[in-house]
Ligand binder design. Sequence first.
Ligand SMILES: [Zn+2]
Length: 61
Amino acid sequence: MPIYEYLCTKCEKEFELMRPFNKADKPAKCPRCNSEAHKRISNFASKTGSYLQSPVKRFRK
Ligand SMILES: [Zn+2]
């Protein structure tokens, strides 16, 4: 399962979550405040262009 980065819309906490590919775009729950967090796509898009929809982690290891 790929790991995605999420950013909480309320407290702006960043965290990583392992999810199935088909659920990656759905909001996750922030581990700190339990609010809705959305997948971060901006930094990976700037590194790779609009290449493939791949997990962020793939380009770091
Ligand atoms: Zn939060």
